[in-house]
Every structure is written in C-alpha cells, then in structure tokens.
Design a protein around this ligand. Structure first.
Ligand code: SF4
Ligand code: SF4
Length: 289
C-alpha cells in the first residue's frame, strides 16, 4: 500500500508524524520525501545516502535552419516556453514543463531534446528501510517534473512492501501530485483557526479523489474543538491526537523522532499505523467487490 502524510499548510508537524510512523512501521517500507522544495525527513531519519543522481527534464532546442516559423510549437505550448518574435524562434528553458508537446507537432523536425537540471534524487537506507528523497535545484521553480520521476518508481517499490510519502504542504499542484498514488491519505492539522482553515481546504481538494482519509490533530489541547467538530460532521476519522507538550517541542527541536524519544507516544503511533492500514485495506476490498 502507499500512504501519504499531507497537510493543508506547513508547520503543522507533517514530517514529525511521517518520521514517527517510519520509525514504528513493522513491515518493509520505503520512505519517500516528496516535499522536494524543502525536504527535511532526512533530518529526522538520518539515512545513509549512497546514491545521489542529478535529475533533468527534456527541453526543446531549435534548429533555425530547419524551422519554417509555422508556429505550431508556440501555439501548443501553454507555458509560453517556446515562441516566435520578429521572425525569430525563441525558447525559454526555465519555463518549460517538459511535456514534449512541441516535439510532437513540429512538422520539420526542427526541435531536438536539450536538458535542464531539475535537482537531484537521493537514495539510501534509514534504519534498514529504503529511503528516497527529491531535492529541487536552487532557483528551479517546478517541482512536479522532479516528483514525477520519483513517482515512476512507485510500482516497483510497492512490489517490495509499503511506501510512506511525506508530501509537500498546501493544496496546489505539488501536494496533489504527491497524494495521487496513495491508497490512504493522512491529514495533519492543529486545532487553531489557521489549522482548521487549511485542513478544510486540503480535505476539500483531496476528497474528489475518493481515497480514504483520516486526520491527525497535532498540538492537541491548544485552540478549540472546531477541527474535531468538523471531522465529526463530515465522517472524517481522527486517527491520532498528539498532545501539545514541552517534551514534544524539545524532542523536535533536537531532531529526534518523537515516537522513539517519548515512549508514552509509541502506542498512539502504532494505533495510527493500524488505522491507516485498516482504512487502505477496506478501500481496496470495496473497490474489488
Ligand atoms: S516541452 Fe512542452 S512545455 Fe516545454 S516548450 Fe515544449 S510544449 Fe512547451
Ligand atoms: S513547429 Fe517546428 S517548424 Fe514550426 S515554428 Fe516550431 S520549431 Fe519551427
């Protein structure tokens, strides 16, 4: 199964939850940090990275001699990454999403693949589990193409065991891309007005995918019961509540995995794991029925 830990906004404790789940997973699992703009799962899991490779996308390079300025490429490119100005063909590699459309429509074979560096994909092991992390190049604006390259590995990873994705925060393209393959989504939130606002946005964004979803309320005890009431009204199970405490904050600030550093929290995370498993399994059975 593939599990995604997501959150409507940053700073809710998503990576804290992912790292604790990773540490207590009791069957083979690959840990994947898809928050490629700001990966930090490795700071907690401290993997040994033994394979770091640059990742690229194909961008068009034009042969002016072959180009008839027919504009087929500029017409199809919705990102304005290739255009004709004053009878000159111009390409803007930084704006290219690597969709390949312009190559397909060019009738003259005037476009050949160049490449733009997206970032890197790092692989290794963390506490006996496989670990993969994407890291976007500084200045690179587009994370989905880098995420896509990691997501292409999911079928092979899934054949070896479970996959746990630490998703980017928010509800825009990267967050949607990160949860797309999941069999179950866990939404981390906190019981504050900001937390509720972003939790609701994330739930509304992910709900049309029809995947089982549950909530983790982090820093429980601060704020009010708005999140709990919303979950009750909308049949969203609350799979775990992590109380707000100085010990948790201290463990986090030291880069510790809280489920390991604070033994009393271990049953909360094992129950969370079992809830996630049960939800994913039930959804699978329903879809096969
Ligand atoms: S590959 Fe796609 S995004 Fe890039 S220039 Fe061609 S059509 Fe535009
Ligand atoms: S589609 Fe090919 S021939 Fe037409 S303008 Fe683009 S590069 Fe030139």
């Amino acid at each position: 199964m593939i599990y995604a830990v997501a959150s409507g906004k940053g700073g809710t404790g998503k990576t804290t939850m992912s790292s604790s789940l990773a540490a207590l997973w009791d069957t083979p699992i690959t840990l994947v940090d898809l928050d490629v703009e700001e990966p930090n799962l490795h700071l907690f899991l401290k993997p040994e990275l033994n394979d770091i490779q640059k990742a690229y996308i194909e961008v068009p390079e034009a042969d002016e001699d072959k180009c008839t300025k027919c504009r087929a490429c500029s017409d199809i490119c919705q990102f304005k990454a290739i255009t004709i100005m004053a009878d000159t063909l111009l390409t803007f590699p930084e704006m290219c999403h690597g969709c390949g459309g312009c190559f397909e429509v060019c009738p003259e074979g005037a476009l050949t693949p160049g490449k733009r560096e997206l970032g890197e994909i790092c692989r290794g092991t963390a506490d006996g589990n496989d670990f993969i992390m994407g890291r976007l190049r500084i200045g690179e604006a587009m994370s989905p193409p880098l995420m896509r390259q990691i997501r292409e590995e999911f079928p092979a990873l899934k054949a070896k065991g479970d996959v746990l994705i630490d998703a980017p925060p928010g509800v825009s393209c990267p967050a949607m891309a990160a949860v797309m393959d999941a069999d179950c989504i866990v939404l981390v939130t906190e019981p504050t007005p900001f937390g509720f606002h972003d939790f609701k946005l994330a739930w509304e964004a992910f709900k049309p995918m029809g995947k089982p979803m549950g909530a983790i309320i982090n820093r429980a005890g601060i704020g009010d019961n708005t999140v709990q009431n919303f979950c009750a009204d909308n049949d969203i199970p609350i799979w775990a509540e992590i109380p707000y405490s100085r010990e948790v904050a201290e463990a986090y600030s030291k880069g510790d995995v809280i489920a390991k550093a604070l033994k009393p929290l271990e049953p909360t995370f094992t129950a969370l794991r079992e809830n996630m498993r049960a939800a994913a399994k039930k959804a699978k059975e329903v879809s096969h029925a």
